[in-house]
Design a protein around this ligand. Structure first.
Ligand SMILES: Cc1cc2nc3c(=O)[nH]c(=O)nc-3n(C[C@H](O)[C@H](O)[C@H](O)COP(=O)(O)O)c2cc1C
Length: 236
């Protein structure tokens, strides 16, 4: 699976099959976490793999009673070596770098799990003192997240996404993009404007917009095809 496909496919899974995950797969997934960018390459993260059912139940309880978690055959607790980060980088290290370092590893793990055909969920809502006690985490380190891992027993509904134009700025905060379709495959803005201006139905507007942007559309397609072509390995 290529990276973009994994990014698009990944969803939070909260229902799991009772099917174990082989150790080599768990190892490969954790290793992909360790390949993430991290502050100063100090790799101030630790990964605790929890398979024991009683421990998983305790972690689920400590996670503000998210009991569904215990059904996931594997939990990975991501820990930042907070004291080490503070020593190296001061307040920024403690308050920011440790968190970002672990977050980068977490995302790698989630994407790698997707690539292995596994479901996962990032858990941030938990009582830290309880999680530290359950996993024996020393006071110099801090549990940042728990990842549940297992074969999915659900297919989540399509996710509601905010419109790109609300989230994406050009050059500086608040910098508006007049034609978002120039950047992304988001035609909603153009269609909405046309519907408002002409008071016609979405279907006819869609046809009109697609016709008038045919050239732009075809150029984009050509570029994509070229990219795909260059990725296809041809026999020597
Ligand atoms: C920092 C953070 C904390 C989260 N904590 C929880 C959690 O405690 N329980 C849970 O079920 N999901 C948790 N999530 C998952 C989000 O709810 C989920 O990513 C979001 O709804 C988007 O859905 P998606 O992951 O399917 O794309 C957390 C995600 C992040 C990034």
């Amino acid at each position: 699976m290529d990276t973009l496909a994994a990014i698009q496919k990944r969803r939070s899974i909260r229902k799991y099959l009772e099917k174990p995950i082989s150790l080599d797969v768990i190892g490969a997934i954790v290793e992909s976490g360790m390949m993430a960018p991290n502050a100063g390459n100090h790799q101030a993260w630790r990964f605790i793999v929890v398979r024991d059912l009683e421990k998983r139940k305790s972690l689920a309880k400590a996670s503000l009673e998210q009991y569904w978690m215990s059904k996931a055959p594997v939990h990975i607790v991501i820990v930042s070596e907070e004291a080490q980060m503070e020593k190296l980088y001061g307040v920024r290290g403690e308050k920011l770098y440790g968190i970002q370092t672990c977050a980068a590893a977490i995302e790698n793990i989630l994407l790698s799990a997707t690539d292995f055909g596994l479901g996962s969920c990032w858990i941030g809502a938990f009582d830290e003192v309880s999680v530290s006690r359950i996993c024996g985490i020393p006071p110099t380190a801090r549990a940042q997240a728990i990842i549940t891992l297992g074969y999915a027993d659900e297919k989540p509904d399509r996710k509601v996404m905010q419109p790109l134009k609300r989230l994406l700025f050009l050059e500086s905060y608040g910098g508006r993009i007049s034609e978002i379709s120039d950047f992304m495959w988001d035609w909603s803005d153009i269609i909405q404007k046309e519907v408002n201006a002409t008071k016609s139905g979405v279907k006819s507007v869609l046809k009109k917009v697609l016709d008038s942007h045919k050239k732009n559309f075809e150029d984009k397609l050509k570029k994509i095809n070229k990219k795909v072509d260059s990725k296809i390995q041809r026999p020597l």
